[in-house]
Design a protein around this ligand. Sequence first.
Ligand code: TYD
Ligand code: MG
Length: 457
Amino acid sequence: MSKTKTSFFCQNCGYESAKWVGKCPNCDQWNTFVEEVIVKGSDKKEKDDWKEYNGVGKLKTISIADVSSAEEKRIVTNDAELNRVLGGGIVLGSIVLVAGEPGIGKSTLFLQIGLQLNDITTLYISGEESEQQIKMRADRVGIKSEQFYLLTETNTQTIFQEIKKLKPQLIIVDSIQTLQSPFVESGPGSVSQIRECAAELQRFAKETNTPVFLIGHITKDGNIAGPKILEHMVDTVLQFEGDRNYMYRILRTLKNRFGSTAELGIYEMTGTGMRAVSNPSEILITQKEEQLSGIAIAATIEGMRPLLIEAQALVTQSVYGTPQRTVSGFDLRRLQLLLAVLEKRGGFHFGMKDVFINIAGGLKVEDPSIDLAMVSALLSSYEDMPISQHVCFAGEVGLSGEIRAVNRVEQRIAEAEKLGFEKIIVSKYNSKSLSKLKFNIEIISLAKVEELYQYLF
Ligand code: TYD
Ligand code: MG
């Protein structure tokens, strides 16, 4: 007799449980379990793979020495930033998840990439927008392509029928949350639907060697159901991020079976689509006529690329009893730590001041080497004395006020030199390994934040 099997899934992390539970034992979220049908009254035949254990079954196992080590074939797109984050182009038969908040520009970017692939039959499957809406967007982006096909459909079986007829060489699915497989009962966007649809597409990708991009929405905290549960199924996970109020967007590799995960691509959202930014440092630094206090340039490394970023600080007299600390693009706890170091080691009374911090361009910086520039910006605003525009900084600040060495310092110095800086301030411990002769830029090495203050003012 056929039986319908159901299971409970955490909608936050995808954890499966036979019974309903209030709190997810995996991610500790409350009230996230929803019952989903996993097998529709099936007549799946029982398989007993061990039966032929002693039989003459053909050996499928293969010695690693016999596997041919052909380089994976790649489609190299016109978009240098995308090629970079994928590790040199789209690998045939790979399945790539692109996750990002709604409205960040995922549909625009992948529509554009598909349209640019002129000699490759691309199928763009949309469950979110009508053909007219996509056409309007394509007109706005202003790229024409004869090889770009649209399909507004959510049923995976219908989709596969269309794919069989068209035989596309690249498939973009926008978005995975809208797809629906007839083999699973629960609604689109549920954990079991997303899993099943992705599994069907993955099988298709591997069997036909067609690359598939899956676009997936995430919320602000980045871990709502959907994309998260797919991370282990797909070959590559790209995250598209940025502040919607700013024009810069970052495409970051979180996982990549065919390349490095330390890569990132930078785009600028314009009125006519996404524009790849090939020299990010030059635009991230605002060019000013006069020198202003509270600004310092950090030579950071984002992904594999050196990036010069402007750190901005505003220190003002506190009006209320509790001073304010407001950050944008920088970790609040990190700021509090730096302020405590300055208070204790340098005797600056930030306890009476409001402090506002900003990273220009709406970027989020994770590289700790921005500390030194941040401290300099704070001191500059505190003293209301500007720092020369020709100086940049690369160093981490430790709890005892020591300036710590940063990795890949040569690359940072080379980038600063290329952009016309005259001086770069680094840790004393970095300069030991540096051959100063190679650079035309003056390298100043300091050991403590006290020395930094004396040097700057
Ligand atoms: P969209 O690609 O729809 O985002 P997602 O698919 O990630 O939800 O992008 C939506 C935003 O992009 C929308 O607010 C308008 C803006 N946009 C531009 O600024 N320029 C353009 O050329 C296009 C097509 C969109
Ligand atoms: Mg979209």
